[in-house]
Every structure is written in C-alpha cells, then in structure tokens.
Unconditional design. Structure first.
Length: 463
C-alpha cells in the first residue's frame, strides 16, 4: 500500500486526494506492459508520486513511473523471493532521437546538447582546467572536448589518445590544479601518459602502472569496464574490476574469478596491491566523497532471479568489506543457485546504502561539487542508470540523485534526468556517466544518442 494512501486514510482527507493516491499505487504495482501510450491516469499518478517517497511495491515500478523529482526507497524487506517472476531477455530497441525530444530535468533546470556525433561516449571526467575527457571505449580512444567561449557548446573536439584497450576510467594526478599525468583504466590494465594543462593530444609514451584481469573481447570476456580514483590525500589509487560470470555457477568458473568482482588499492605507481573490498559483482563506477574521503561505488548486481532481484546499488565501500557475490546478496540472502554453500559468510555480507530498481544497470557516478545548483544538491551523489535488458518492464534510462544528510546517504534516491524512453517503450538515449564542469554545470554522456548533455540551473527561467 502506498504511503500517501495510508496517510489519507489515517487523516480522513478528501476523497479526491485518496483517489489520486490510489492511482499512484495502481500505476506502479499494476501498470500494463511497457508497450502502449501513457494514460492520463498514469500522468496523474506520477504527479502524486513527487509529493512523497515511494516505498514497498510502489518503489519497484518501471519507466512509466519515472519523472524528475520522483523519490524511491527500497529496502531488503521489499525484496520478493527468487524466481517470483521469470527472467526474460528484453533488450531495448534503440531508435533515433525523435524530433524535438529532450531529456527531462527538474523545474528550474535546463538541459542542452553540449556535443553530439560522438562514438559511443562512456566515462567522462573533468580536467582541472575545465577540459572534458571522454572514453570512447569501443573505438579504443580518449576524446577531449573544450568549451572555449563559455557558451555551453564544445568548440574543440580532438582525439587525445588512441590505440587503447577498451578504456573506461580516467583520472588526473597529482590532484589539484597542475596534474602531471592522465591515468586511463583499460580493460586489462591501468596506464598513464604525461599531461600538462592545455594538452589536446598525448605528448609522451604510455606507461604501464598495473595489469588487471581483462574482460570484454580481451582475455576471457565478462564485465569489461574498469574505473579508477585517487584518495583525497593522493596516496592511494583504487581500481574496480567486475566479475567474469553472472554468478559463478560452474566449478570451472572459479579460476577465472580469482581477481574479479572486487576493488583493489594501490599506490599511484601501482605498488602494494591489496584487495580493498570483494564480493561486488560489477563495481562499474567509483568515486571519492570530497569531504569524508570515503570510497563509493555504483554496482550492477546479478541476473536470472526475476524482475525485482537483485537490486543494483550505490554505496560507501568499507575497507575489507564483503558484499556477498556470488553466494549471498544484500545481507544474509543466499542465492538459490548456491544453496548451502559458505554458511560462514552469511553474517559478513554488508547491506549497501542505497538500493536501486533491479537491473537498472547503474554505471558512472560523481558527487556534485559545484555551486551553480541549489544548496540541497551540493555534495549529493549522482549515478547514471544505463537501463535494463532482462526485465519484463523496463527500468533505468535515467540519471538519479543520491541525497545526503551529514555526508551520509539517506537511503533514498531521486529521479533527476529522465525522458529517454518513447511512448512505445523504445529507447533513444542511454546515460553512462556524469561529471561536474568547472562552471558548476553537470555533463552526462549518452551512448544511445552519442551525445553529451549539459544541465544548468536557471532558477525560475523557462526552458
């Protein structure tokens, strides 16, 4: 039962309010298949949802319940049993952006096209001088974009580095205004290049920092993205590596998972390797909280257990923490495909901070460090939800905000950028990663429309 409905019944509010609340519950828990146009009742339900936090079954809804400002709170008490619904193959049909279609953002914000015509843009990071570096992973290169005149468009568009190996993560070192290196996380390694302020192309040879377990079309497949981040004091480098398999069901899977599904810690020179955390199926994006220095990750959880299992998540990563994969999930919930295995681990599984709709494919994340957005957005986390492929009713295809209270996640998340799904359930955009520009705008890569979107706050202005 929806929170609004409980509140209305308790306080004997007018019947109209109760009717709207019921629409919110029905619109989420019993919506028709993703095909078909949105009804006026669904639109009313979405408006009502923005007034409160969706919980329970209502929080598990699909793309038809998404809109900027909609908040959800999913807990382990909301999880269905495994196989409550079938696992399906329902990959998105990616179509051209419909004429006039634009992403949707909250009132007071404006979204514009910063650059388009890119080649599957993935991770995006902002250099200290404001240049934007983008991993075009399929093309094995890093692209540089620069807004020379401050008009919110990229006038400089250059290939910075080529001949890489499915690059994803990007970082600058040392931290501060004058980095000397740009680090790149390939699928099989972390490398670095000499870098100085203003460079538009690499000026020196690649230097190997550390070898990693390869994925994708290199060295054995599986999850191929690798992200990197430096601690706030610059003394540690973190690298994330996803699993090779979905849930390591076969005995022969164990050897290939030996250095997978974990986050490693190194020195910036790649020395002193140790496992910082493990049992994380696919920690695609990582980021350091600007004030607390805590490591966060944006995670794709496992498939095959039904529409609502297992929720993806964004969480602080505990040093030495175990997050369950492949034997358990979200605390002491045993994966039925590993029934009876490793009972000694059951009570060691950490429950993540923020659970997301299952199969959303949570990818790159960042903290909002700018001053352009309203105060409540400062130091919020933002994560890109690339979108589901194995859920009967689509979810994801949006950017979400992770609200904080005293620099800790509240457990809720809020739709921030939506609108990439057509009325027929097709998809024209797929957010991958976010970064904060030097002027406080937010940039989002979208490998569905091959675009970088720019979000600014304009207050009461229209647009």
């Amino acid at each position: 039962m929806n929170h609004n409905y409980r509140f209305a019944r308790r306080h004997s509010t007018p019947l109209l309010l109760v009717a709207f609340a019921l629409m919110a519950a029905i619109g989420v828990a019993a919506l028709p298949n993703i095909r078909g146009s949105r009804s006026s009742n669904q639109a009313s339900a979405r408006r009502n949802m923005r007034a409160s936090v969706l919980t329970g079954t209502a929080a598990l809804g699909d793309w038809t319940t998404d809109a900027p400002g909609v908040r959800r709170r999913i807990t382990t008490n909301d999880l269905p049993p495994p196989f409550a619904t079938p696992s399906v193959d329902n990959g998105p049909k990616v179509v051209a952006r419909p004429e006039g279609a634009m992403p949707k953002v909250p009132a007071g914000f404006k979204v514009d096209m910063f650059a388009t015509g890119l080649t599957k843009p993935r991770m995006i990071r902002t250099a200290p001088n404001g240049d934007l570096f983008i991993a075009e992973s399929d093309a094995n290169r890093i692209r540089l974009l620069r807004d020379k005149d401050g008009d919110g468009k990229a006038e400089v568009n250059e290939i910075f580095a080529e001949g890489l190996r499915q690059p994803f993560g990007i970082a600058f070192y040392p931290l501060g205004d004058n980095p000397q290196f740009i680090y790149v996380a390939n699928t099989d390694s972390v490398v670095r290049f000499p870098y100085k302020d203003g460079d538009t192309k690499v000026s020196g040879a690649e230097q190997m920092i550390v070898e990693l377990s390869g994925g994708g079309r290199l060295r054995g497949g599986g999850h191929w993205t690798r992200d990197i981040a430096f601690s706030n004091d610059g003394k540690k480098m973190y690298a994330s590596v996803g699993s090779r398999t979905n849930v390591m069901q076969k005995p022969e899977d164990e050897p290939v998972e030996e250095r997978r599904a974990r986050i490693f810690e190194y020195t910036p020179e790649g020395k002193n390797e140790r496992v910082y955390a493990h049992g994380i199926r696919n920690p695609v994006g990582i980021a350091i909280h600007p004030e607390t220095g805590e490591l966060y990750t944006s995670v794709n959880e496992r498939d095959g257990l039904g529409d609502h299992l297992v929720p993806d998540y964004v969480t602080r990563v505990r040093d030495g923490g175990f997050y369950g994969w492949p034997w358990y999930y979200l605390g002491p919930n045993q994966d039925p495909r590993h029934a009876g295995k490793h009972p000694e681990l059951k009570d060691k599984v950490i429950v993540p901070d923020v659970l997301l709709q299952s199969h959303s494919a949570s990818l790159g994340m960042a903290f909002y460090t700018g001053r352009q957005f309203p105060r409540e957005y400062h130091l919020s986390g933002f994560a890109s939800e690339h979108g589901s492929w194995n859920r009967s009713r689509r979810t994801g295809y949006k950017v979400v905000r992770i609200p904080m209270a005293k620099n800790r996640p509240t457990g809720e998340y809020e739709d921030f950028m939506t609108g990439f799904v057509t009325a027929d359930g097709d998809v024209w955009g797929r957010p991958v990663a976010v970064t904060v520009a030097r002027d406080g705008a937010m940039l989002v890569t979208d490998d569905g429309s091959n675009t970088v979107w720019r979000i600014t706050y304009v207050g009461n202005a229209k647009g």
